[in-house]
Structures are given as structure tokens and as C-alpha cells.
Design a protein around this ligand. Structure first.
Ligand SMILES: [Cu+2]
Length: 250
């Protein structure tokens, strides 16, 4: 009987340590060994269609800020060996609630483009959209759910704080400068990433299990793959778009 009580205490203590690690949201030793990592690379196997030159003449102030530069859309951004950037990767499904990061996701409007073009945010996490240009931008979020808003930012330094309420890919545009596009992937859990300039991505601290990984690109839409994540290990999931995929609806 005494042994049983001792065992119960030990188990409770272990559970408490795990709970504390999760609540803290930090990268602790126990989180490293009790969870796994998903790494991968996204490629465009077909020829890149290239990106259109942005004609900023509609707003002379934008044209002036970019004088002498050739500013391209970033619809299909590839590296020399075919890595595809700005692909939103996430795990499908529901997960136990974890704390939403206190740090905001920052987006800038600078020289009449959004920087970066794609970000990810948790439901309930603040997204700060700043205007660094001394001119009027209009920030218009298009949502099928409850993430929509439409605000004007007439001067430099203004920051619009937006707290997404529902999981969705939110497209943000500027009604004044039609070429401006921002994509905010809103997710209910922390298991998401945006592919970088080499097409690589990493999702850390994933609870062990089998998942469907979803990749979404604004021109080529969605691809999915199944992955098995083991504690203390890294699983690899690569995606390849041919370039013949139909444009995504949003
Ligand atoms: Cu604008």
C-alpha cells in the first residue's frame, strides 16, 4: 500500500512537471524529448511562371519611393533549385489548447508593399499591421468567417492591431494600391510554418502521432501528406507542386 502511494506521488509529480512545461510555453528538456519535429522542403518542379512587374504609377508617391527599382509581385517565389517560398504549412485537426504567444505577429507596409507577404498567427494572437509610408494605405481583410476588417491608415507610424478569431487563410488588400497583398494563415494550434526562401520549413514541438500535413500556396492551392511523428525525433515531409495546379480559391 505504501509503495502504491509512493508510485502515485511520482506519477503526479511527473504530470505536474509536464503541465508546467506546456503552460510555460518554453523549450524545455521534457518538451524536447516528449515531442517531435516535422521538417520538409517545398519545391516547384515545373518552370516558374515569373512575377509581374508592379506598376506603381497610379500613386506618384509609391512610384517615387521605388524610383529606379524594379518591384515584382511575389506570387511565385522560387530559389535557383526550385524551392518554393510563401507556402503555408499546417497540421490538420484539433489539438489540446496551448498558450497563445504574447508577442505579436508584425507586418509592415513599406514602399507600398506588404512585408512579409505571408505570415502565420494563432487564433487570439495579436497581428500588428504597421504603415511605414507617409501616405494613405487602406487595410482590408477579406474573410469568409469573422476575421474581416477595413481600416484606413493615413500617416506613417500608425499600427492596426488585429486579433483573429477563427481558423482561415485571410487575404488582406489595399483598396488604394491594388497590387498590395498580404496573406495571414490563422490557425487554432501552434503547429504551422511558412516556407522560407529555400522552400524549407520546420514545425517543432509536435505531440507524437500520425497527422495530415497541409501545404497551401496562393497560386497552386493545397497539397496534403501523412506523417508519423515520434517523440525525440524529426520526421521529413517534402512537397512538390508541378505548377499545373489550379489557382487557389482565395
Ligand atoms: Cu496601400
Amino acid at each position: 500500500m505504501k509503495a502504491n502511494i509512493h508510485l502515485l506521488t511520482t506519477v503526479s509529480l511527473a504530470a505536474a512537471i509536464v503541465a508546467a512545461a506546456v503552460a510555460g510555453g518554453g523549450w524545455t528538456a521534457s518538451a524536447q524529448t516528449s515531442t517531435g519535429t516535422i521538417r520538409g522542403r517545398i519545391r516547384l518542379t515545373g518552370k516558374s511562371p515569373g512575377n509581374a512587374i508592379i506598376r506603381m504609377g497610379r500613386d506618384p508617391k509609391c512610384a517615387e519611393m521605388n524610383r529606379g527599382k524594379r518591384i515584382l509581385q511575389e506570387s511565385v517565389v522560387t530559389s535557383a533549385d526550385g524551392g518554393l517560398a510563401n507556402v503555408f504549412v499546417k497540421l490538420q485537426g484539433k489539438f489540446p489548447q496551448t498558450p497563445v504567444p504574447a508577442a505579436p505577429v508584425a507586418v509592415d507596409q513599406r514602399s507600398c508593399v506588404y512585408i512579409p507577404r505571408m505570415v502565420g498567427a494563432r487564433v487570439g494572437q495579436t497581428v500588428e499591421i504597421k504603415n511605414s509610408d507617409q501616405l494613405l494605405h487602406n487595410v482590408h481583410a477579406i474573410s469568409d468567417l469573422t476575421n474581416g476588417f477595413n481600416v484606413g491608415q493615413p500617416i506613417a507610424g500608425l499600427v492596426h492591431k488585429f486579433v483573429p478569431k477563427a481558423e482561415e487563410m485571410v487575404r488582406v488588400k489595399c483598396e488604394i494600391h491594388s497590387w498590395m497583398t498580404l496573406l495571414i494563415g490563422v490557425v487554432n494550434h501552434p503547429y504551422f510554418a511558412v516556407s522560407g526562401n529555400t522552400g524549407s520549413f520546420e514545425i517543432a514541438r509536435v505531440p507524437p502521432g500520425t497527422y495530415t500535413v497541409e501545404a497551401w500556396h496562393e497560386q497552386y492551392g493545397m497539397l496534403t501528406k501523412t506523417v508519423r511523428v515520434a517523440a525525440g525525433a524529426a520526421a521529413t515531409v517534402d512537397f512538390a507542386y508541378t505548377g499545373a495546379e489550379k489557382p487557389a480559391a482565395r
